[in-house]
Write a protein that binds this ligand. Structure first.
Ligand code: UDP
Length: 250
């Protein structure tokens, strides 16, 4: 039987398809349940491994989504394959579609002002039934609690937080400590894609699971950050060895 949660280097991933996530998340919104969604790629897993305070935040999430083919590979190496990769951007778009059907209240928080404004325009054009209750750029101090108050006052059903990790998860955690409702999801650079500032890779790269290669060609300065992937796979193989040793001792 498929495992519901798949641990990979200390992070417990939800083993679900995008459609299942979507159904469950929308149900939680309708039930006014607070929800914290983390979309984690190998870079985030490696960062959490080195930063216990960030790791403890990720552990508080209601859903951890396998965003990145590296996580899928890792889960296979460990013998507990995750059903599919769910890109944070794709899940955000599906949530926007559902929000449009339901007339939900959405807040956009993050990115540079001009990127944010184009993202706002896109949402208004493409999802006219969404109540876009507010938008703010992502350049603010984390300790500035007035932002939490401002967002909360707009009573959003969904807040997409696009300030990059670890800031987005820290902010979401602070928000959910005071708010009583809302689905909050960290979406990294997704507003840049939504606004058209940065492009998602062509379909063929996505199909072949080499989206990372396209990103590297477009943004070669990311090479250092991308080195997290080989390190991640190395660590996964170590974990596999440890698991095997444990099993042979039992
Ligand atoms: N960003 C922000 N506030 C900051 C730093 C970054 O809003 O203080 C935004 C940035 O403009 C970009 C996004 O956060 O839109 C981060 O994108 P990146 O691709 O670096 O994040 P990742 O997807 O790797 O988490």
């Amino acid at each position: 039987m498929e495992q519901k949660k798949v641990p990979v280097l200390g992070i417990s991933f939800d083993n679900k398809t995008k459609d299942t996530f979507l159904k469950e998340l929308m149900k939680r919104i309708n039930q006014n349940k607070k929800t914290f969604v983390v979309t984690a790629n190998p870079e985030i897993v490696m960062y959490a491994k080195k930063n216990p305070s960030y790791m403890s935040l990720v552990k508080k999430a209601d859903y951890v989504i396998a965003d990145g083919i590296g996580i899928i590979k890792g889960s296979k190496i460990l013998g507990t394959p995750i059903v599919e990769r769910v890109a944070g951007y794709d899940l955000m778009i599906s949530l926007l579609e559902e929000a449009d059907k339901n007339g939900s209240r959405v807040y956009l928080l993050g990115a540079k002002e001009e990127v944010l404004q184009s993202a706002v325009q896109k949402v208004r054009e493409q999802y006219p039934s969404i109540h876009l209750v507010g938008a703010r750029n992502g350049y603010f101090d984390l300790s500035d609690t007035t932002i939490i108050d401002q967002v909360q006052q707009t009573e959003p059903d969904i807040v997409f937080v696009a300030t990059g990790y670890p800031r987005q998860e820290q902010w979401i955690h602070n928000y959910l400590q005071v708010a009583s409702i809302g689905l909050l999801m960290g979406v990294g650079g997704s507003f840049d894609v939504l606004s058209g500032k940065s492009k998602r890779s062509p379909e063929i790269f996505i199909k072949l699971n080499i989206e990372w290669l396209y990103r590297l060609i477009k943004q070669p300065y990311r090479i250092k950050r991308m080195m997290a992937l080989p390190h991640f796979l190395h660590e996964v193989k170590q974990e596999k060895k440890q698991l095997r040793n444990k099993q042979s001792k039992n």
